[in-house]
Structure formats: C-alpha cells, structure tokens
Design a binder for this molecule. Structure first.
Ligand code: NDP
Length: 285
C-alpha cells in the first residue's frame, strides 16, 4: 500500500474567529467518513485577506469558509462567483474546481434545506415575513425568491438598509418584495405562512431578549424560524412553541449550510446527524 500523509485542507478565515464553531462540525464529519481532511480556523485581519487568499491558492486548499468581516470583500479576489452569491452580494464558501476558486453562498441554501427536510415546508407560493436586512436576511430572501415564494416582507430597524435590500432582491432575484419599517411591535397577520428572525437578537450571551413581535393574530400553522444558532431555543422559538406553532432553529440552518459546503468540497453526502451532534456538544446543549 502506498502511504499518503498529505491531508486535504479547508477552513475558515475570519476576524475575530476564535469562537467560530464550524471546525468542530466539519472535523466530526471528516472523522465519521474516515476522510483525511483538516479544517483550519484561521484569524485573518481585514487588510491581510488578499494575502490569505493567495495562501489558500498556494496551499492548494480545497476551499474555505468566510465569516465576518470577509464575506463581501472576498468577491474580487476569486476567479468566479456563483449566480446566487452574486445576487446575495456575499460569499461564505469558496470551492476549488481544478485550479480555479469559485465563490458560493450556502447560508440561504442551508436555511432552505432545513425548511424542506426538517420542517417539511416548501416555500413555493408562500408569504414570508423576514426580520432583518443583513447578510443572513439577504441570503434567505434570495433563496426563498428563487424557490418560488409568493411575497417577501422585509422588516428592518434601519430603513435605509431595509429598502436597499428590497431593491436588490427585486432586481437581482426577481423577488416580489416590499419593505415595512420596524416601528413598535410587529404583529404577524394571519395570511403570513413563514416568519423568519434574521437579526442577531437573542444571540448568546444576550439570550434574554427576543424580537418585538406578537403572534396573537398568526395562523395556527405559521412556521417560525430563527437564524440565531446559539442558543437554538431562542426566546422567539420558545414563544412560538408555547403557542403550538411549528419552528425551525438557527442550529438547523448552521448544520445544513455546513453540510452543503461539505458536499461541495468532498463530493460526498454530509453526515448531518453527526454534524448536528458535534455542534450541540460545542454549544453545551
Ligand atoms: P448583520 O450585521 O449583517 O445584520 C444584522 C441585522 O440584525 C440587521 O438587519 C440589524 O438591523 C438587525 N439587528 C441587530 N440588532 C438589532 C436590534 N436590537 N433590533 C432590531 N434589529 C437588530 O448580521 P448577519 O446577517 O450576518 O447575522 C445576523 C444573525 O444571523 C447573527 O445572529 C448570526 O449569528 C446569524 N447567522 C446564522 C447563520 C446560521 O447558519 N444559523 C448563518 C449566518 C448568520 P439594522 O440594519 O437596523 O442594524
């Protein structure tokens, strides 16, 4: 047998990055499938990103994840950008194809896989309210529009950011989207099928807060989704469950966006249950 000690490399570039849990779940997946792959969690300062990308190329890495603050600034450093990542305006996953490196975005795709595979809901023809207009909200809105959602209402604290997002998802993804300013409490009307919290409200360590929404008028089969992965049982998810509503957590989105990146890199189906378990252990829940 020929010995081969050379591992395939992937990883994440971010700043700060030390609390990024993705390595735990990807390493667990590599171990489960017996793959000699390594996931490196690398702190890269904003001004060092071009050098880091050159390093990725020099090392022949199979790909990389990008997190804060690199998801947008990486675009001009890559050889191509997928249509979805172009529409979203951000890249969270790079994959190597031959000698070329392509920018992808798996955040919205991960959300969508959770919607269909875990919550059993197809977004086609549905009406969705999205709270937030940042990177996560944009990724989700684009993928929902491409999957045939009927109407998207974007509710955001900053009007300027919310309106810019509506314009972009209309123009780039053909979404039927409109903006609603976030003034006071948002009441979810009965014709809404899915509510998504795509803000960071409720994220550890500020776990005692929830978005200012009321669910009194919501339909009984409303699906309430949160992007906040830690804790998975956010106040919003708890409030929805207390009303008997269906829920989809940010942990599911995190697992599935990682599973899709794993599949892009390795070409193998991701061991999703292993990845979810690894993250739950990392989060201590
Ligand atoms: P951004 O900074 O790009 O956007 C943050 C959004 O949250 C903005 O719309 C901001 O509104 C809103 N927001 C923040 N605080 C408040 C508040 N107190 N009241 C009202 N609105 C608020 O962040 P991202 O989109 O990158 O990330 C958002 C969340 O998504 C994070 O918690 C992150 O962990 C999570 N995430 C989860 C993923 C997963 O796989 N589960 C993947 C990616 C992100 P404004 O524009 O007014 O500032």
């Amino acid at each position: 047998m020929t010995l081969n000690y050379k591992a395939e490399l992937v990883g994440v570039f971010g700043y700060p990055v030390s609390e990024n849990p993705t390595g735990v779940m990807q390493e667990a997946a590599f171990a489960a499938l017996g793959l000699n792959w390594r996931y490196l969690t690398v702190e890269v300062r904003p001004e060092e990103l071009p050098d880091a990308i050159r390093g990725m190329r020099a090392f022949g890495m199979q790909g990389i994840n990008l997190t804060i603050p690199h998801k947008v600034t990486v675009l001009p450093l890559l050889d191509e950008i997928s249509p979805e990542a172009t529409m979203i305006g951000a890249v969270n996953t790079v994959r190597r194809q031959g000698q070329r490196y392509s920018g992808e975005n798996t955040d919205g795709k991960g959300f969508l896989r959770g919607l269909t595979d875990e919550a059993g809901v197809s977004p086609k023809g549905l009406k969705v309210v999205i709270l937030g207009a940042g990177g996560a909200a944009r990724a989700i809105a684009v993928e929902l529009a491409l999957a045939g959602a009927r109407e998207l209402t974007i509710v955001n604290r900053s009007n300027e950011r919310g309106q810019a997002m509506v314009r972009d998802v209309q123009n780039r993804a053909g979404a039927n989207a409109h903006f609603a300013p976030w003034t006071g409490t948002v009441s979810v009307p009965p014709d809404v099928d899915i509510l998504v919290n795509a803000t960071s409200i409720g994220l550890y360590p500020e776990t005692d807060v929830m978005p200012d929404v009321v669910l009194d008028d919501a339909r009984p089969d409303l699906l309430v989704c949160d992007v906040v992965p830690n804790p998975p049982e956010t106040r919003l998810i708890q409030a929805a469950r207390a009303r008997g509503l269906k829920t989809l957590t940010g942990l599911a989105m995190l697992v599935y966006q990682g599973a899709i990146a794993f599949e892009m890199w390795t070409g193998q189906p991701a061991p999703e249950a292993v990845m979810k378990h690894a993250l739950q252990e990392a989060f201590g829940n």
